[in-house]
Design a protein around this ligand. Structure first.
Ligand SMILES: [Zn+2]
Ligand SMILES: [Zn+2]
Length: 188
C-alpha cells in the first residue's frame, strides 16, 4: 500500500469513527520505527506545523489489513484527543475511545513481530538451516557438525525473498541479528 492509499484509509476510518474529516495531520509510513507499530508525533514548538501519524510497514506487512486498521485506529485516537485540545496520551479518555472505536487499549508496540530473516544458511552435511536477518560475511561452518570452523561443513548461503519494504526494515534490525544466538562459528 502506498502513501496515498494509507492516507485515504486513515481518512475513511476517521470519518467513520469520529464523524468528521481528517485535517491538519500527516499520515506516513515509517520503516525506521524499531519497536513501535505506529506513533503519533506532536508538532514541534509553537506553530510547528502539522502533527504526524507514522505507521511501521513491517508491522502491517506481518499482520495484514486487520493489524493496519488496528494501529491506525490507535494513532487516530491520539490525534482525535489532540485535535479536541484534550490530553492525548493513554488516558482514561483514550481507553474510552479504544472501547468505542474497537481497538485494543494496550499500546500496539506489544504486537510487533520480529524482523523477517533475509538469509538462510544450510549445512551441506546435516541439512540444518540457520536463518539470519543479516548476511554472515566471514566463512562460517555448521556448529552442530563441528565446534570449530571446518570447510567440510561450510554453510551454503541462500538469499530469501522478502519485500523491499520489509528488507529495509530488516537492515535496521541488524543489532537484533547480532544478538541472536548462532551455531555457526567463525574461522579461528
Ligand atoms: Zn498510543
Ligand atoms: Zn551440520
Amino acid at each position: 500500500m502506498n502513501a496515498a492509499e494509507l492516507r485515504r484509509l486513515a481518512e475513511a476510518l476517521y470519518r467513520e469513527l469520529a464523524g468528521r474529516p481528517l485535517a491538519d495531520v500527516e499520515v506516513a509510513w515509517n520503516p525506521r520505527l524499531r519497536t513501535a507499530a505506529g506513533r503519533f508525533v506532536y508538532p514541534r514548538g509553537e506553530g510547528g506545523g502539522a502533527p504526524r501519524i507514522e505507521i511501521n510497514p513491517r508491522y502491517t506487512a506481518a499482520g495484514g489489513r486487520a493489524a493496519l486498521v488496528e494501529v491506525l485506529k490507535h494513532e487516530l485516537a491520539h490525534y482525535h484527543l489532540w485535535a479536541l485540545g484534550r490530553p492525548s496520551g493513554h488516558t482514561a479518555e483514550f481507553h474510552a475511545l479504544a472501547r468505542a472505536w474497537g481497538f485494543p487499549r494496550h499500546a500496539s508496540r506489544d504486537l510487533l513481530p520480529p524482523p523477517a530473516p533475509r538469509w538462510r544458511y544450510v549445512c551441506p552435511a546435516c541439512g540444518r538451516a540457520f536463518l539470519r536477518v543479516r548476511r554472515i560475511v566471514r566463512p562460517a561452518s555448521c556448529g552442530a557438525c563441528s565446534p570449530t570452523f571446518d570447510l567440510r561443513f561450510r554453510l551454503v548461503e541462500e538469499r530469501l525473498s522478502v519485500s523491499r519494504r520489509a528488507s529495509s526494515t530488516a537492515r535496521q534490525a541488524s543489532s537484533t541479528a547480532r544478538r541472536a544466538s548462532s551455531t555457526a562459528r567463525r574461522r579461528r
